[in-house]
Design a protein around this ligand. Structure first.
Ligand SMILES: NC(=O)c1ccc[n+]([C@@H]2O[C@H](COP(=O)([O-])OP(=O)(O)OC[C@H]3O[C@@H](n4cnc5c(N)ncnc54)[C@H](OP(=O)(O)O)[C@@H]3O)[C@@H](O)[C@H]2O)c1
Length: 332
């Protein structure tokens, strides 16, 4: 598909970001090689935006794919490449080296966007189960986050990255960051799918000129076991989505993608299967849904957060809701 047909979202400084990206987190299921093959092919068929992260442990292979596409005549300026600072690199001394490692793994001389992956310096070993805890885990400490953020600001001032942003934030945390940032986040990456629409945070970021990028846009059907709980619902089986899919001759996944873009967020679906990532790309250009269909899709929000972040909890924390500022005052 001609990438010129893909809607672009306007960032606060007037730059444009492609309205769909390809995710690259393999959910502990797909190998770096499978993902790099998909990245190369996805760009060949029209994707221009790739969502990467150091913790996905595949940036060297994704970098090879990017190098290959640059040899086909696609210019660096046509691509949008995002990476993210992992939680064990929040110390201000670690930010620059960690960024440089992603840059060199991706074989680029600048990034389009660099995000703080989570607002906590808490991390877990790869592939752990949901009960695992980092004994040094801490709750959100604004001053510590801002010390990390200052280092991202320096990277942008040095033109090593065009934009900086946040991920997994709440309105309360973002308010404080907006008060203290010298360079404000251009983007906030957040979980967004029809069963988890985060209306308050979504409205807040847009009011502040921050573009929402939505992860798990299909409800992450292949997410790892540690990110599954019995109460999770399945977007792709929702009767409203199935009915709209049948009537519009789109797949349920394509309905989720079209809804996302039309609502005003950038979906970053993951797939290594051409039939899937091609369908998602085509979905962004499908005819707009009617106001009635958009209202029906708005009504199926179930506040069903899938990526709860349990493994990032600190000693004594009562539940994962603490990570999202959802506990009553006084609760740990
Ligand atoms: N910032 C953050 O903290 C954060 C957190 C999570 C994710 N992310 C980013 O968001 C990306 C997407 O999230 P995700 O992979 O968890 O969820 P997702 O994109 O909602 O789900 C991906 C899965 O959906 C299936 N799928 C993909 N396209 C499809 C289609 N057109 N039709 C039917 N099924 C389709 C595939 O399952 P099968 O492989 O089983 O076919 C694929 O593995 C990640 O790769 C990552 O880049 C960021």
């Amino acid at each position: 598909m001609d990438p010129a047909r893909v809607p672009q979202f306007l960032l606060v400084n007037g730059d444009k970001i492609p309205g769909i990206g390809l995710g690259t987190f393999g959910s502990d299921k797909y190998s770096p090689t499978e993902i790099s093959v998909a990245v190369e092919d996805a760009v060949a068929i029209g994707y221009r935006h790739i969502d990467c992260a150091a913790v996905y442990s595949n940036e060297p292979e994704v970098g090879n794919a990017i190098q290959n596409v640059l040899k086909t005549g696609i210019s660096r300026e046509e691509l949008w490449v995002t990476s993210k600072l992992w939680n064990d690199k929040h110390d201000p001394n670690d930010v620059g080296p960690s960024f440089e490692k992603s840059l060199s793994d991706l074989k680029l001389d600048y990034l389009d966007l660099y995000l703080v992956h989570w607002p906590f310096p808490n991390f877990h070993a790869p592939k752990v189960d949901v009960t695992s805890r980092d004994p040094h885990a801490k709750r959100y400490i604004h001053e510590a986050f801002m010390a990390t953020w200052r280092e991202l600001e320096k990277l942008q001032r040095r033109s090593l990255v065009r934009h900086i942003g946040t991920s997994n934030m709440t309105v309360a945390k973002l308010k404080r960051v907006l008060e203290d940032a010298e360079i404000r986040p251009s983007v906030n990456e957040m979980e967004l799918h029809p069963h988890f629409q985060q209306p308050e945070l979504f409205a807040f970021v847009r009011e502040h000129g921050i573009v929402p990028v939505g992860y798990c846009p299909l409800g992450s059907p292949s997410r790892p076991e540690r990110d599954r709980t019995p109460e999770d619902s399945v977007d792709l089986e929702d009767p409203v989505i199935l009915a709209i899919a049948e009537r519009t001759r789109l797949s349920p996944a394509s309905v989720c993608i079209k809804w996302a873009v039309q609502r005003g967020q950038i979906p970053i679906p993951f797939s290594v299967k051409r039939s899937q990532y091609e369908a998602s790309l085509q979905a962004v250009c499908a005819p707009n849904f009617s106001t009635a269909d958009m209202a029906a899709l708005a009504s199926i929000d179930r506040n069903c957060r899938l990526i709860k972040g349990q493994v990032f909890l600190w000693e004594g924390a009562k539940s994962w809701h603490a990570l999202w500022d959802e506990l009553s005052p006084g609760e740990p």
